[in-house]
Design a protein around this ligand. Structure first.
Ligand code: NDP
Length: 290
């Protein structure tokens, strides 16, 4: 089994490292120094030219959006082997991915949307969750390869379903984070000790990953480590809103949340950590959570 990985970013770099430990793995990155660094650190080989994909069985992509996946598709299409799988771990757009799947099927390549959750820590520990969309037989074939970096793989439906589930998951993250930030800003203005407030909230019904982990570890410490960009979460909120609107579902909360994350991306900064959305609330309130 030969694999290749395109996109050695915060997630792709450690994911490709796990693949290299189990399979013959080629790595490619837009900034080529990262691929060279990867091959020095892990048992992987640099893919110098896309023609090297001719004997690859499973090609992975983990890029910011579906737009970059489509750009890569144009460059690699002539070199893909008939019968190969394309496993796209980008948190992408379900509708645009259908076009990609169709284009690939014309070359006898099967596209699976396989976005991941678990953050950079999950990627480093090889403990990601994967929500995968595509034909059952191809999903079965991908399963042992995915297990190199995932502890949970769930087949959620046909192509596009993985991206849809991931977008909704991240919208839930976005809402939980924003609402926890809003609540703590109010408590700070009331003069309540925030550590004490979180101690009790985290054993009460309002707890979430935001109150249990993100706020105490990233916001109250003022560290905001940039492991998952605010711009990427704003992008995911946009996809969730598009998905829901396309389904004719009501979106009052999704619409508001999406516009707030767009505002935060544009005022706080797209490359800041996603938890820095709280800084927008702090600025409005004139308080700092610490
Ligand atoms: P990063 O910004 O860290 O990495 C992006 C990668 O894409 C880099 O390798 C970058 O190359 C490459 N890239 C960017 N533009 C292009 C292009 N036009 N052509 C080719 N390559 C390109 O992103 P993440 O690793 O954080 O995220 C990747 C995906 O995973 C996103 O869809 C994100 O939403 C999702 N995700 C992220 C999580 C996280 O915690 N970070 C968690 C779960 C999902 P270069 O090095 O040259 O810039």
């Amino acid at each position: 089994m030969k694999t290749a990985f395109v996109g050695l970013g915060a997630m792709g770099y450690p994911m490709a490292g796990h693949l290299g430990q189990r399979f013959d793995t080629l790595v490619w990155n837009r900034t080529p120094e990262k691929a060279r660094k990867h091959a020095a650190e892990f048992p992987t080989q640099v893919l110098e030219n896309f023609s090297g994909l001719r004997d690859v069985d499973v090609l992975f992509t983990c890029l910011p959006t579906t737009r970059e996946v489509s750009e890569v598709l144009e460059q690699v299409l002539p070199f893909l082997k008939a019968g190969a799988l394309w496993v796209d771990c980008t948190s992408g757009d379900p509708v645009k991915s259908l076009d990609i799947a169709q284009k690939l099927s014309g070359h006898q390549v099967i596209y699976l949307d396989a976005p991941v959750s678990g953050g950079t820590a999950g990627a480093i520990n090889g403990a990601l969750s994967v929500m995968i969309g595509g034909p059952e037989e191809a999903v079965q074939k991908a399963q042992p390869v995915l297990s190199a970096f995932a502890s949970k793989v769930v087949h959620v439906g046909q192509v596009g379903s993985g991206h849809a589930v991931k977008a909704i998951n991240n919208m839930l993250l976005a809402i939980n984070l924003l609402s926890a930030g809003e609540g703590l800003v109010a408590l700070a203005k009331l003069g309540v000790n925030l550590e004490a407030a979180l101690e009790v909230i985290n054993v009460s019904s309002g707890r979430s990953n935001a109150t249990q982990n993100l706020i105490p570890q990233r916001v109250l410490t003022r560290e905001f480590p940039a492991t998952f960009a605010l711009g990427l979460l704003a992008k995911d909120a946009g996809i969730a809103l598009d998905v829901s609107r396309a389904a004719n579902a009501p979106t009052p909360l999704f619409s508001l949340t999406e516009s707030l994350y767009r505002a935060a991306r544009d005022t706080v900064g797209a490359s800041e950590d996603h938890t820095a959305v709280v800084k927008m609330l702090e600025n409005w309130a004139g308080v700092t959570l610490s």
